[in-house]
Design a protein around this ligand. Structure first.
Ligand SMILES: Cc1ncc(COP(=O)(O)O)c(C=O)c1O
Length: 398
């Protein structure tokens, strides 16, 4: 009989998988897998046979989430990552960005994406040209001049909610030999499928709407069969893969994405319209409002189901002090640095996401001291507007 030392290691393990199919995907923690023979393992390593050998390469729970994302995005391959930033990084490398390459990126991209390009990748010899992605003439001229490996845009920009015309940008990128990477975090596949409009890679911070409950940090890249191997190779080498427990939570979140998005969009449109009439508010940025400069594009790009859950607005008292007093007066809406949760959230871009930008650059981008960004949750609309109303009223109190 084996000793207790051997029993403790092996007893009970490697039970045959049940012949009944579990309804919910189990969480597979195992780091490695046994194949029936060395030849079978060799075939899996060679990519000649589907199967699992090592968690950094593939995992059944993570694969379930990846397949769900590929389906919802209308893609053929998806790789889940440990964060949205890991997804942005992986997509850039898969698109061929390396020492000596240029990237053309939207100037109002997420602050950490901006820093990734401007610091880490710049130190590796990558040059980035930031452009106003709403100016198609400028994008075309920059692409022609720089011949970049990739054009990177966010479908709905942060925090001013400008839209990227994906179909037009895909045409321009491809004409210049560049891959188009679209960060679709703010839109989700509920509102738009960028691959169908010509994008080569779609990335998401799953930490936002897809996870949806503020308890997931994850990312995903979705692409075509053609780009699958490049992305898989990058993923395996970078190693920033998603943990199965987190993939399980993300898969669970995804099931209610359409229901949540329906409500986020309806609430956000109503809040934006309400804010636009409020005397303490100077300006509202929301693609669903006719006052939004790109409302026409918003209707074709997103408008089938709604315009998203993000709303930005500028206080008439356009100071940081007023913005801070407003945030401190909120009771329901939480002041936190994320978005896309079921709860309504508020953020002051100057203090948080755009803190690293020099003040003159922030102003040039239109990010003023009195600008606030709301992520409208799925609570009752009347409770959200009541909270905003009392916090705006607090601004005029002595
Ligand atoms: C548009 C966008 N892309 C990427 C990211 C990065 O995602 P993560 O925080 O999951 O790394 C964020 C985070 O806020 C984001 O807003």
């Amino acid at each position: 009989m084996p000793s207790i030392f051997t029993q403790a290691v092996h007893a009970g393990e490697r039970q045959p998988a049940p012949s009944e199919t579990p309804v919910a995907t189990p969480i597979y923690h195992s780091v490695s897998y046994m194949q029936p023979s060395a030849a079978a393992m060799d075939a899996v390593f060679a990519g000649e046979q589907d199967g699992y050998v090592y968690r950094r390469h593939d995992n059944p729970t993570v694969r379930a989430f990846e397949q769900a994302m590929a389906t919802l995005e209308g893609g053929e391959a998806a790789f889940a990552t440990a964060s949205g930033m890991a997804a942005v990084h992986a997509a850039l490398l898969a698109a061929g960005v390396r020492a000596g390459s240029t990237v053309v990126a939207a100037q109002d991209c997420y602050g950490v994406t901006y820093s990734l390009l401007n610091t880490l990748l710049a130190e590796q010899g990558v040059t980035t040209r930031f452009v106003d992605a709403t100016d198609l003439g400028l994008v075309q001229a920059t692409l022609a001049e720089r011949r970049p490996a990739a054009l990177l845009v966010e479908i709905i920009s942060n925090p001013l909610l400008k839209l990227a015309n994906i179909a037009a940008l895909a045409e321009l990128a491809h004409a210049a030999g560049a891959a188009l990477i679209v960060d679709s975090t703010f839109a989700t596949p509920y509102l738009c499928q960028p691959l169908a409009l010509g994008a080569d890679y779609v990335v998401h911070s799953v930490s936002k709407y897809i996870g949806g409950h503020g308890d997931v940090l994850a990312g995903v890249v979705v692409t075509s069969r053609e780009n699958r191997l490049r992305l898989f190779t990058v993923e395996r080498l970078l190693g920033a893969v998603l943990a199965p427990e987190v993939a399980w939570l993300a898969l669970r979140g995804l099931k209610t994405l359409p229901l949540r998005m329906e409500r986020h969009c309806a609430n956000a449109l109503a809040v934006a319209a309400w804010l636009e009439t409020h005397p303490a508010v100077a300006r509202v940025h929301y693609p669903g409002l006719t006052s939004h400069l790109q409302h026409g594009l918003a209707r074709t790009l997103l408008g089938q189901r709604g315009y998203g859950g993000m709303v930005a607005f500028e206080l008439r008292q356009g100071t940081q002090d007023a913005a801070f007093r407003f945030m401190d007066a909120l009771k329901l809406i939480l002041p936190v640095t994320t978005l896309g949760d079921v709860s309504s959230l508020v953020l002051h871009p100057v203090m948080t996401s755009h803190r690293a930008l020099p003040p003159a650059e922030r102003l040039r981008l239109g990010i003023t001291d009195g600008l606030l960004r709301l992520s409208i949750g799925i609570e009752d609309l009347a409770d959200i507007t009541a909270d905003l109303d009392q916090a705006l009223a607090a601004l005029t109190e002595p």
